[in-house]
Design a protein around this ligand. Structure first.
Ligand SMILES: Nc1ncnc2c1ncn2[C@@H]1O[C@H](COP(=O)(O)OP(=O)(O)OP(=O)(O)O)[C@@H](O)[C@H]1O
Ligand SMILES: [Mg+2]
Length: 239
C-alpha cells in the first residue's frame, strides 16, 4: 500500500490555483523531496495532505485513509514540521514535547519526551526555553514534536530554511537518521541536498507536478548536465 497518495488534489483560492490536480504516490519508507520555486504550491499540497486545509478538488490518502472522508485516521498517521515552526517559545524543549503528548492524549509523557530528545540529540538543551535555542535546534525541536506521536509519515516543510551551513549539515544528519523508520516527504530549496539524500524527487511548477523520478531520471529526461539545470528547465526557466 502507498504511504501517501494524491489523486487530482486541488486547492483553488479566489484568483489563484495553488495546487492543480496533483497526482503522486509515495511508497512506505521512501524519502521523497517536493521541489519548486517560491509559490509553486508545495506548502499548500502539504497542508492538504496533513489536514490543515481542505482540498477544493481531488483527494489525498495516508495509508489509504482519505484526508477528506476519514481525516481522523489520516491525521493519526501523520506528523508535520511546518514551514513556519510552531513551537511554544516560552516553554522549554521538554515542556514543548510533553505538551504535544498532552494534546494527543499520550501516556508516559516524560518517557516519550526523553526517548525523542535522545533520538534527535536534544537532551543537552532539554531545559532551555525554545526562544533561547538557535534556529537549527528550534527546527530539531519542531521535528521532535512532529515525531513524538509516532507517525508513519513525516512531512518536513523547508526544514533547513534560514540555517547556516553547519546547522544545515547537522540537521540533514538528523533527518538521514530517520530514514527507513518513517516515510519522509520534505521540501527544500537546496537542490544538492535533495539530489544527494532523497530517493525520489517531484518538481512542482505553477501548482502542477511537472516531473517525478530519481535525480538521475530527471537529468536524463531533461538532457541537462547538472541537477540544477534540470530543475530550472522543469520549472520553466532557461537553463
Ligand atoms: N491562504 C491563501 N490564500 C490565497 N492564496 C494562497 C494562500 N496560500 C497560498 N496561496 C497562494 O498559492 C500559491 C502557492 O503557495 P505555496 O505557499 O503553496 O507555495 P510554496 O511552493 O510553498 O512556496 P515557497 O517556496 O515560497 O514556500 C501562491 O501563489 C500563494 O500566493
Ligand atoms: Mg512553502
Amino acid at each position: 500500500m502507498n504511504a501517501v497518495e494524491a489523486r487530482a488534489l486541488t486547492k483553488r483560492y479566489k484568483d489563484v490555483t495553488a495546487v492543480d490536480r496533483l497526482s503522486l504516490t509515495v511508497s512506505e519508507g521512501e524519502f521523497f523531496a517536493l521541489l519548486g520555486v517560491n509559490g509553486a504550491g508545495k506548502t499548500t499540497a502539504i497542508k492538504m495532505l496533513t489536514g490543515l486545509t481542505r482540498p477544493t478538488g481531488g483527494d489525498g490518502y495516508i495509508f489509504g485513509h482519505s484526508v477528506t472522508a476519514d481525516p481522523r485516521n489520516a491525521r493519526a498517521l501523520t506528523g508535520v514540521s511546518p514551514q513556519e515552526t510552531a513551537v511554544a517559545m516560552k516553554l522549554t524543549v521538554r515542556e514543548n514535547l510533553e505538551l504535544m503528548c498532552g494534546l494527543y492524549g499520550l501516556d508516559d509523557r516524560s518517557g516519550r519526551a526523553h526517548a525523542i530528545m535522545d533520538k534527535l540529540s536534544l537532551s543537552d538543551v532539554h531545559d532551555k526555553a525554545a526562544t533561547a535555542l538557535s534556529g537549527g535546534y528550534r527546527r530539531r525541536l519542531s521535528i521532535a514534536m512532529a515525531l513524538i506521536t509516532g507517525p508513519r509519515v513525516l512531512f518536513l516543510d523547508e526544514p533547513t530554511l534560514g540555517l547556516d551551513v553547519l546547522a544545515r549539515r547537522e540537521l540533514w544528519q538528523v533527518i538521514e537518521g530517520l530514514r527507513g523508520s518513517v516515510t519522509l516527504i520534505l521540501t527544500t530549496h537546496y537542490l544538492e541536498e535533495a539530489e544527494a539524500l532523497t530517493d525520489r524527487i517531484g518538481v512542482m511548477s505553477g501548482g502542477r507536478l511537472v516531473a517525478a523520478g530519481s535525480a538521475g531520471e530527471l537529468l536524463d529526461r531533461t538532457g541537462a548536465k547538472t541537477f540544477e539545470d534540470a530543475f530550472i528547465k522543469l520549472s520553466g526557466g532557461e537553463a
